[in-house]
Design a binder for this molecule. Structure first.
Ligand code: G6P
Length: 592
């Protein structure tokens, strides 16, 4: 949460450059923004406001400058106000700081600094950072040392950028929240929470690891350990993502673009190194207890996988949300296996689950989309789903990629990897046919008919049950319609009391042995006056509206969620919402 971006080098348009780059990080937070620019004459121009960074005109920041930092905020401590927006500056206005994360001991530090005469202008935890750095500068002339000493006093998680007018340097430090350095020879250094900020300038990156800091004057860069000051050598890595894949192209929103990309992204997920898939399958087989965790949509992928492991591999795995993993630690031994699933590779609760597992000596495997992310680097082994950059807050193509990879692992455990691959590739081509303009139009019409409803329910059984939960997430988060998912069989135990005449109820079904059961549940809804919508390969009289999907067997969950993603998208658009930027949400949840 929160996006940060800074530049130092020999370009003289640092202000405009960081505003433009920051717009690519808007998915990380979009309630307010701010920028600090080192102007000619060595002063800081500070500008911040509430509102979206995408609406800021970068042409307002064309003043000559080779050093600037900027921030797009997702509020944690302190409401959404101009004062609480970053950057925060020190008393003599020579230091500006942007911060992502939470300084947990900020109240204590704030009190201490207030006693020393520092004046606080915001309610944020972050404002202690520039003041504490300034205080530390009383003991040293070295700006980087002062940042180091300040960092040693912080408890909590942070990724921070601090710029200093006196030394004309930019310092970045991280514990918990991601920071990546883009390197462009003879041009300078770009430091951001995520790669899209600087992808148009360079694809050569260096990752800042937890407990590390970096100082640069724009010509050279030095990585050190925050605690010891020891120098850390860093490799330069060339990333493979293309700029086109990270942009909207012909689509109005990233969400629709990413939904439509699934015909290719699932195939990319399937195109895995077979040995690697088998290795993961063997690790599950050999473990004395496998735990599968993720958050939000990734957690729903884990829930579907539980059925894959049961039906295809006859292997028991334990699934829980990463945020609920803490008390599972009593089940963990050095022979346990934790598999984490995450699109961003930065989710705080997932990192916490990894820490718990590692403290018990358990092995950690990660199924990730973002190359080089913290989770990818901290896991014992990683499998990339290769979905390409996912920018919309609502996860779509990452989910289907995660499910595809998990399904392959289940097949590999039965020595049927080829069969699994074939099924998934056939499914990809069925999805390709399904996502034709007529089909999309049809779902848009379903959304039009539903757009004024305030409540909506979704039911499914087996792997369609987690997809019912995921459908509810998708609809809630982008359209703000109250949506809830249930297991079909649970209806009679409470939820059916909510159904009134005309309530839209969606049934997710497959052409399988449980089809009659889910149809019975649908009939029960219809009998209470529900307006029933079936997402199913087969028609039924129980459906008032039928959204036809191809029959995909074990891969049915992957297929069934796609029309719901389209429906959620159009519900949002028709209700006047921006599906790429749902209120109160952020794509990468780096706080617990
Ligand atoms: C946020 C996003 C969701 C995502 C979840 C987990 O809530 O909005 O789309 O599913 O975090 O994120 P991860 O990056 O770990 O998959």
């Amino acid at each position: 949460m929160c996006g940060i971006f800074g530049y130092i080098g020999n370009r003289n348009d640092a202000g405009k450059l960081v505003i433009e780059g920051l717009k690519h990080l808007e998915y990380r937070g979009y309630d307010s923004w701010g920028i600090a620019i080192k102007e000619e004459g060595n002063s800081i121009l500070l500008e911040k406001d509430i509102g979206k960074i995408s609406e800021v005109d970068s042409n307002n920041f064309t003043m000559q400058s080779n050093l600037a930092i900027a921030h797009t905020r997702w509020a944690t401590h302190g409401g959404v106000t101009k004062e609480n927006a970053h950057p925060h500056i020190c008393e003599d206005c020579s230091i500006a700081v942007v911060h992502n994360g939470i300084i947990e001991n900020y109240e204590e530090l704030r009190e201490e600094l207030k006693q020393k005469g520092y004046d606080f202008k915001s309610q944020t935890d972050s404002e202690v950072i520039p003041h504490l750095i300034q205080e530390e500068l009383k003991n040293t002339n070295d700006f980087a040392q002062a940042v180091r000493s300040a960092c040693k006093r912080f408890k909590g998680r942070y990724g921070l950028l601090a710029m200093d007018l006196n030394s004309k340097t930019l310092v970045a430090a991280r514990t918990g929240s991601p920071l990546i350095i883009g390197v462009k020879k003879d041009t300078g250094y770009f430091i951001a929470s995520d790669i899209p900020a600087f992808m148009e300038h360079t694809k050569v990156v260096q990752y800042l690891d937890d407990g590390e800091m970096v100082v640069t004057n724009g010509e050279s860069i030095l990585f050190t350990d925050i605690e010891t000051g020891e120098e850390h050598p860093k490799r330069e890595i060339e990333i493979t993502w293309s700029i086109e894949k990270a942009q909207k192209g012909e689509f109005d929103h990233f969400m629709l673009k990413e939904i439509m990309e699934q015909k290719d992204s699932i195939a990319r997920a399937v195109n895995q190194n077979e040995q690697q898939i088998k290795k993961l399958g063997e690790a599950i087989r050999n473990s004395k207890g496998t735990f599968l965790v993720g958050c939000g949509t990734a957690h729903k992928a884990c829930m579907v996988a539980e059925y894959f492991f049961s039906v295809v591999a006859q292997e028991h795995v334990n699934v829980t949300s990463a945020g609920e993993f803490k008390l599972y630690n009593h089940f963990l031994t050095s022979e346990s296996l934790l598999i984490v699933v995450s699109q961003s590779g930065e989710t705080a609760d997932v990192l916490e689950a990894m820490k718990i597992a590692k403290s018990k000596g358990a092995k950690v495997l990660a199924i990730i989309n973002s190359e080089g992310s913290t989770i990818a680097r901290e896991a014992d082994d990683t499998l990339l789903i290769n979905a390409g950059p996912e920018r919309a807050v609502a996860s779509t193509k990452a989910l289907t990629g995660q499910m595809a990879v998990l399904m392959l692992i289940a097949y590999s455990m039965k020595n049927k990897l080829k069969e699994g691959k074939m099924l998934l590739l056939e499914t990809t081509s069925l999805i390709n046919d399904m996502l034709n303009p007529r089909y999309i139009k049809f779902i848009e019409e379903v959304a039009e008919n539903m757009k004024d409803e305030s409540d909506l329910y979704i039911i499914g059984k087996s792997w369609n049950f987690p997809m019912a939960l995921e459908s509810a997430i998708k609809i809630q988060e982008v359209s703000y319609v109250h949506a809830e998912g249930f297991a079909g069989s649970e209806l009679k135990h409470g939820p059916i009391a909510l159904v009134e005449k005309g309530t839209p109820c969606i049934t997710l079904a497959g052409d399988d042995e449980i089809f009659p059961d889910i149809i019975s549940n649908t009939i029960e809804l219809k009998a209470r006056g529900a307006n029933t919508i079936g997402v199913s390969p087969i028609q039924s009289d129980a459906f008032d509206t039928w959204i036809k999907v191809p029959n995909a067997g074990v891969a049915q969950a992957i297929v069934n969620i796609i029309p719901i993603q389209v429906l959620a998208y159009y519900l949002a658009v028709k209700r006047g919402m921006n599906p790429d930027m749902p209120r109160n949400l952020a794509k990468s949840v780096t706080v617990k």
